[in-house]
Design a protein around this ligand. Sequence first.
Ligand SMILES: [Zn+2]
Ligand SMILES: [Zn+2]
Length: 422
Amino acid sequence: MNKTLFKLFVITFCLSLITSFSFGCGHVHVFDKKVVKNEYLSSRATCQQVAKYFYSCSCGDKGEETFDYGEKAAHDYVDNKFCNCGELNPAYYTPGLSFALINDQTEYQVSSYTGDDTHVIIPSKYNGKPIIKINDYAFNQLAFLESVALSENLVNIGMYAFNSCTSLTQVIIPNSVTSIGFLAFNNCPIENATLSTTALSKIEKTQLKNVNIIGGEIIAKNSFDGCSLLESVVISDSVQIIEDRVFNKCSSLKNVVMSKNVMSIGEGAFNGCSLLTNIELPNGVEVISDWLFSGCTSLESIEIPNGVKSLGYEAFSYCDSLTEITLPDSVNNIGIKAFVSCDLLNSVSIGSGVTSINYYAFSGCQSLTEIVIPICVTTINKCVFHNCDSLQNIYCQASEIPSGWSAEWNDTQAQVTWGYNE
Ligand SMILES: [Zn+2]
Ligand SMILES: [Zn+2]
């Protein structure tokens, strides 16, 4: 190596040593300082999130971790209407609405609408006072009206308020509404509704596709009976009781978000919901009522909560897509024809609490090849496996036929094994 080159190399080496000493080893950054200065700003406060700043080192260098600082910003309403977060300016109302003072000038009502916006938003307050009423005939026969959003504070919707609004497909009716007048929504083809259980009986339901139930405790019987266009339902946790036949023959119903607090579901509530593929049953339900899922021909699976005591008459009859069922130990009774004609049912697990299996419980389950009947089953009525043509093995944990079993309990060709112990 030539001398000059060697010198150059030594100099370069020393320089780099000095550099690493003064900036590398001499000071090790510790990013633990919360300095609120613009140069450390990571993101500004929004209505959703407070500002974030980078931690810094005592030398002034910026770290990579951030910390939160300060308050959220106010909503930023575009055109005085919606914020980017989706929040509606509470002071916004659709131009063309007219308001009138009522009740000793303490509150307002909506009197009429002369605007041309097809989507009407009615605020909760006007001039600082609550809007509590839609006056009789206020929107009567406004054929161009497509949606209306009513706000909290509203209590009363007058008679004929939206009568023959023949394009009105969307309504939002807040829980605060307790009174809806005669024919208020007459001849309105409502497809999407957000409302409480009490408002349900007051709207036209034959065109309904999506329903969001936001309040109330009881869905009254037959509420959606025969609503063949209904596709999805969200039921808020306020609901505790679903009465008889509420969704009877809702043949398009695919999605049901169930209230976690439902304790009782009436008979036939989902009868004939032929597109329903699954549903979550709340833990408080104790009875699978008669015909509850009868004819739910797309129902592929269902979990019976541990707490259910009894399966009713034809509870799962004609569930042609159901392949397996597990009955938890809480179940003590399998009702008459409970699983009649479940064509694909081939796995049945009977829990250790079942004491009785009623007439024709599994009759016509063509895909059932074997089943275990636990020792706890003390009563079996006749023909529980009638027409189960594929049934080859019935494994009974009892050592011999219990006295409570009908002599005609089994009319199949299946081999019966007594004293089964596995
Ligand atoms: Zn530093
Ligand atoms: Zn916002």
